[in-house]
Design a protein around this ligand. Structure first.
Ligand code: ZN
Length: 133
């Protein structure tokens, strides 16, 4: 396992990326829109991990509501795992709440699942299946 990325909720990728691009010297490797999750996404590599900037498509999305309630900030931590379905089954067996209960398509077309923050000390946890090579 490794930490695949840290998701940060922002009002505007354009505004927020200035800090990461200009001050930090990172680069945007990829941008995409995930309609399913109501977000525009920008991925900025940091070594083996990435920073994922999440800009809501509208106020009435998960990330939009997050920003309305709590403002911009750290939204989730994403761990890369092998065999996502078996990990989901394992978490469920340990009484962890898996949102939706099954894998969905996330950024880069990869399979992802989210664990409820109540199960992880208030932190939303995303699991992404390692691409099979
Ligand atoms: Zn993510």
């Amino acid at each position: 396992m490794k930490i695949d990325h840290l998701g940060i909720a922002v009002r505007s990728i354009e505004d927020s990326s200035k800090f990461y691009l200009d001050a930090f010297g990172l680069e945007i490797a990829e941008t995409e829109t995930i309609e399913d999750q109501g977000v525009h996404v920008a991925l900025l590599p940091v070594g083996e991990s990435r920073i994922e900037l999440l800009e809501p498509i509208s106020d009435d999305t998960t990330v939009g509501r997050f920003i309305r309630k709590r403002g911009e900030g750290l939204h989730h931590i994403c761990y890369e795992v092998e065999d996502l379905q078996s990990k989901i089954d394992r978490f469920k067996a340990h009484g962890v709440r898996v949102l939706d209960g099954y894998p969905r398509r996330g950024a880069e077309g990869k399979l992802v699942a989210f664990l409820h923050p109540a199960s992880a000390s208030g932190v939303l946890v995303e699991l992404v299946e390692k691409a099979r090579t």
